[in-house]
Design a protein around this ligand. Sequence first.
Ligand SMILES: [Zn+2]
Length: 67
Amino acid sequence: MNLAAGLKRLVLGPEEKPIPNLNRNDRCWCGSGRKYKTCHQAEDDRKRAAERATSKGRPAVSLKRGF
Ligand SMILES: [Zn+2]
């Protein structure tokens, strides 16, 4: 059992997968055999942008608030 991973999953939510950092010309992580730039790169970029936007003002996880 990996407690740290479980905690991380609790904090980040179960549906969030880490987005791999691939070069545009690498084969995509999804296994389609296509280049990353022609496959999931646009989608991943969108996800990254959304993550950045939500993690800024995320109200659920506030470690500095204290209690
Ligand atoms: Zn893909």
